[in-house]
Design a protein around this ligand. Structure first.
Ligand code: AGP
Ligand code: GLU
Length: 600
């Protein structure tokens, strides 16, 4: 996580650093700091909390080279001492990632007389570089030496006391790009950090070493100078504005109809299925794994159900942080699908590399075309969600589900698993989806239901099959932005222990959209109701139940199960939003979280 920004050029650096940090704040926001050269001396300012706190204590000075960091603590509390930059000897640096062997390196350096002030792995990395530099011909040699010493992940922006005209950078398994402008170069964790200055950028590869001096950029790899292509970012100004909405999250929920349209249209234009052939053919694989984290994992669970049910292919869905350490039985007849909004999630990226090593074919469903996951996978399908700023994902999740649903649809057709009547119905429902989504977003009952539950401290979500995956997503959404403890359960599983937590008025939100198993889930609702729960039912028009099982109800339009999850998630997102709003939470930047999880 964390955001890095750096600049070396003709413009004043401090406004560039602050501006860059503000747009990277979504990546981590527990403390921030900057370092720059003034009259050939390093000046450093750090502060706990948001960038605006740092901004208050920073003066704009005539400085033209510097680095900045917004932290998401992995090693040591979020306090001023642990905040980046860290300076050891002549080395000042900012870091994104984790140096896994920092403890042994720290001991080694302490024996040589180094003292460390912070609890971070980053300060040890600075010490190691300072020490290595003493016996190296130059900084490039020192950087390539520490590449073989450090284990773990890193993106570094580095200044050296003895080279006040030079900015260095280096990366492995953490994102870093170079912004290119006529009068200077930037380093940044992500493209938005440089967009106010330039749209031209270079993507770095792992183990690249960067030197920026005298408006010249040099990239080294394996001891040789190399060149990377300069790309231009197609920036959509609108997505970066709140457009009058109080929060990005609410704005992004309102964008869902357009996002679904953009994501689906290239594959289903004119109400026919012929363009589905533009999707990869997944029907030939012996086995499919889906691998992702958080909400993307929930989308994967929905994908698994749809591909198995309609495409009749066996699929397993895995959490990436587990997948990377479990025995894998992959070969070239296996497909592994990786789902990620950011395309930078460390565990998902690591799992992708492992799957490739095993010889499996890899397919990425990502939202950011230039991301590491998009670049590493054999095949890519882009979700068309645009830039998502709120930490809690909404529109990108729905777009992921849309792609998985289309993949299941294509597979079902290819394998003759559905008849023409069902194909017609699915096509019709895809056609209606955009309007139905718009209507659902405008429905008024979410706020009123939020009123009943926002003061609770324990909430349960229930569902079966796809509705269970959606319960997990609803529960994650609510806990991440409202800080209410909640749990999602496969509806039939609650009575095996967790039902003991249900008390008088405990809210239980149950999703029932699958006609075939609806009566089973309704029985589970009755079981919790018998123990005093406050039941909220999310169901479809077709499955209208008697009011003795629920106190509140949200009714969804009835569409084919292939299309349904894209609608069902919307009330879950809006409910979480209004509960968090009523609790006065920081909706777009919830505590302890970061948008892009680039550490393990
Ligand atoms: C969702 O609201 C979360 N913030 C989080 O679970 C997220 O989905 C997860 O970190 C995966 O991110 P990715 O899609 O960028 O890989
Ligand atoms: N591991 C470093 C720390 O805890 C960097 C964390 C980050 O990427 O923000 O400070």
């Amino acid at each position: 996580m964390c955001g890095i920004i750096g600049y070396n050029g003709k413009e004043k650096v401090i406004p560039i650093l602050i501006d860059g940090l503000k747009s990277l704040e979504y990546r981590g926001y527990d403390s921030a700091g900057i370092a720059y050269f003034k009259n050939n001396n390093i000046e450093m300012t750090k502060e706990v909390g948001r960038i605006k706190e740092l901004e208050k204590i920073i003066k704009d000075e005539a400085a033209y080279i510097g680095i900045g960091h917004t932290r998401w603590a992995t090693h040591g509390k979020p306090n001023k001492t642990n905040a980046h930059p860290h300076k050891v000897g002549t080395v000042t640096l900012v870091h994104n990632g984790i140096i896994e062997n920092y403890e042994s390196l720290k001991e080694e350096l302490q024996k040589k007389g180094y003292h460390f002030l912070s609890d971070t792995d980053t300060e040890v990395a600075a010490g190691m570089l300072d020490d290595t530099l003493k016996s190296s011909k130059d900084m490039i040699e020192a950087l390539s030496t520490v590449q073989s010493i450090f284990t773990g992940s890193y993106a570094f922006g580095i200044l050296l006391d003895q080279e006040p005209d030079t900015l260095y950078a280096m990366k492995k398994d953490s994102p870093l790009i170079i912004g290119v402008k006529e009068d200077g170069y930037f380093i940044a964790s992500d493209i938005p950090a440089i967009l106010n200055y330039t749209k031209d950028y270079i993507l770095l590869d792992d183990f690249d070493i960067v030197k920026i001096k005298d408006q010249q950029l040099t990239i080294y790899h394996d001891g040789k100078e190399i060149k990377h292509e300069v790309q231009t970012f197609a920036y959509d100004e609108e997505t970066a504005q709140k457009d009058g909405y109080p929060h990005y999250m609410l704005k992004e929920i309102h964008e869902e109809p357009r996002v679904l349209e953009k994501t689906i249209k290239p594959f289903l234009e004119n109400g026919t299925t012929s363009l589905l052939k533009n999707l990869p053919d997944i029907s030939t694989y012996r086995h499919i794994d889906i691998v992702a984290c958080g909400s993307a994992w929930h989308a994967g669970m929905i994908g698994k159900s749809l591909i198995e049910k309609y495409g009749k292919l066996p699929v397993q869905c895995h959490i990436a942080s587990e997948y990377r350490y479990q025995p894998l039985f992959l070969d070239e007849k296996c497909l592994v699908i990786f789902i990620s909004q950011s395309g930078e999630t460390a565990d998902t990226l690591a799992s992708l590399k492992i799957a490739k090593e095993h010889g499996a074919h890899t397919l990425a469903i990502v939202n950011v075309a230039s991301s590491s996951i998009a670049r590493a996978a054999d095949e890519v399908i882009l979700t068309q969600a645009g830039c998502e700023i709120a930490v809690a994902t909404t529109k990108a999740f729905d777009a992921q589900v849309a792609i998985l649903s289309l993949l299941a649809f294509r597979t079902a057709i290819d394998k003759n698993e559905i008849d023409s009547k069902e194909i017609e119905q699915i096509l019709e429902d895809y056609e209606r989806l955009i309007k139905l989504t718009e209507k659902l977003i405008e429905q008024k009952d979410y706020e009123q239901i939020a009123d009943h539950i926002y003061e609770k401290e324990d909430i349960f979500y229930l569902g079966r099959q796809i509705d269970y995956a959606l319960s997990l997503e609803g529960s994650l959404k609510l806990k991440e932005i409202s800080y209410i403890h909640c749990d999602a359960y496969a509806a039939g599983e609650l009575k095996h222990g967790t039902i003991s937590l249900v008390e008088q008025d405990t809210p239980v939100i149950t999703i029932v959209t699958d006609e075939k198993i609806a009566s089973k889930t309704i029985s589970n609702m009755k079981e919790v109701r018998a123990r005093g729960s406050y039941n909220i039912l999310i169901t479809t028009e077709m499955l209208d139940f008697k009011s003795d099982v629920y106190q509140d109800k949200i009714v969804l339009p009835t569409v084919h199960p292939m299309v349904m999850p894209m609608l069902t998630v919307i009330p879950l997102q809006l409910l979480a939003y209004y509960v968090a709003l009523k609790r006065g939470c920081d909706i777009d930047k919830p505590r302890n979280l970061a948008k892009s999880v680039t550490v393990e």
